[in-house]
Design a protein around this ligand. Structure first.
Ligand SMILES: [Zn+2]
Length: 397
């Protein structure tokens, strides 16, 4: 690993996942895609600009899902423009680089359990603000596991670390394995860019295991008649599968320009755009797990590196808002199937509330975000936030 901050610029690339669990729903033409292929990006790094603008060149290992692949340089160095940017929509660059991030808010104090306090952007008197969960315990000691580490035992290493730091994630992986009869952790432990000789890299990749096994668990419970969401080890939400339009309908809406380079768009709104709301929420829920796992293993990242753990969750919460806005205005049957059903209202608000717990805990942590400031701003558009309030209103909060 590089040592000189100013020179830093290595990329970890993105995990290209072998298709998460198949999407059993559908039967009908369209959606037999597998439930997504890519996913969790892991962005890359870069130290704070300083030196030079020549930045890119090295930018990420473009094999991320469908999108981009290297090129585009758009140098970055010019941090500044983070804010307003709009223009030049298309070209999904991959603009790694020096994304400014004016850390502003950063608290560094990572650990700590704020489970008792409703996070920002939730209503303390509604499902979202009342959701309780102990945050990942990212200060629990793992030194004995590292001391005893052997590549051949890497699955046990990862699972024990997960058990100590993010027990909900451990539960999800175990349940998924029990359900399928296959060892889900073993299936994904070598995904992405982890190196069996480098146990820390395995922990950095653990978010993929939880995310993918989480899909496997939920979809394995059945998604054809009902949608199942294992939220934590004591909360399973099960709602009748709604008849809703494909999530790709939001692509190109009036809100989309707010994020200059929407990394998730091609995969989830275009390639898999025919999947309905139940899969949009499923993906959102797994991105909460990705961020929770990233937070759990925060100490395994180099200070100068960044991943897109926050970006993923922020993007999907933004998609949920946009989906609600679009359907309320243009597809009332889809909207009513969701917001007219208390089960779906609870599911939406639960994932929203859980997501914000981790977004609040990780605010300002550059290690866990790349373009997160920009996506956060898009998510906090008052017109879109009002959609969540309408869900609360319908729920009688
Ligand atoms: Zn996924």
């Amino acid at each position: 690993m590089p040592t000189d901050r100013s020179l830093l610029r290595f990329a970890f690339s993105l995990l290209l996942l072998p298709a998460c669990a198949d999407d059993p729903m559908d039967g009908d033409s369209t959606a037999e895609t597998s439930a997504e292929t890519a996913g969790l990006s892991q962005g890359e790094s870069s130290s704070g600009d300083s030196s030079g603008d020549e930045t890119d060149g090295s930018s990420s290992g473009g094999d991320e899902s469908g999108e981009t692949s290297g090129d585009t340089d758009e140098t970055s160095g010019d941090s500044a423009d983070t804010s307003g940017d709009t223009d030049e929509t298309s070209g999904d660059t991959d603009e790694t680089s020096g994304d400014t991030d004016d850390t502003s808010g950063d608290t560094d104090d990572t650990s700590g359990d704020t489970s008792g306090e409703p996070p920002a952007h939730t209503d303390p008197n509604c499902v979202d603000g009342m959701y309780q969960e102990s945050l990942s315990a990212n200060d629990v000691d793992l030194s004995d596991l590292f001391a005893a580490y052997q590549p051949a035992n890497r699955v046990d290493f990862v699972m024990e670390a997960l058990s100590r730091r993010y027990p909900i994630g451990h539960y999800i992986v175990e349940e998924s394995s029990a359900q399928s009869g296959d060892d889900c952790a073993a299936e994904y432990v070598d995904s992405g860019f982890s190196d069996p000789e480098d146990p820390a890299s395995l922990l950095r990749g653990t978010g993929t295991i939880v995310h993918e096994c989480g899909h496997g668990l939920n979809l394995g419970m059945g998604f054809i008649e009902s949608s199942h969401y294992v939220i934590n080890d004591s909360l399973l939400l099960k709602c009748d599968r709604p008849e809703t339009i494909g999530r790709g309908a939001i692509d190109g809406d009036e809100f989309s320009p707010a994020v200059f380079d929407d990394f998730y768009r091609d995969t989830y709104l275009v390639e898999l755009g025919d999947q309905g709301f139940e899969m949009l929420l499923e993906e959102t829920s797994q991105y909460v797990n990705s961020l929770a796992t990233g937070y759990a293993f925060l100490d395994q990242y180099d200070d100068n590196s960044s991943t897109s753990a926050r970006d993923g969750l922020l993007s999907f919460l933004w998609y949920v808002e946009r989906y609600l806005y679009l359907t309320r205005n243009q597809y009332p049957d889809s909207y009513d199937a969701l917001v007219g059903d208390p089960c779906w209202r609870e599911a939406i608000l639960t994932v929203w509330g859980r997501g914000w717990k981790y977004l609040e805990a990780t605010e300002g942590l550059m290690t866990l975000g790349i373009d997160d400031e920009e996506i956060l701003e898009a998510l906090l558009n008052p017109t879109l936030l009002a959609e969540i309030q309408l869900v609360r209103d319908a729920h009688g909060c």
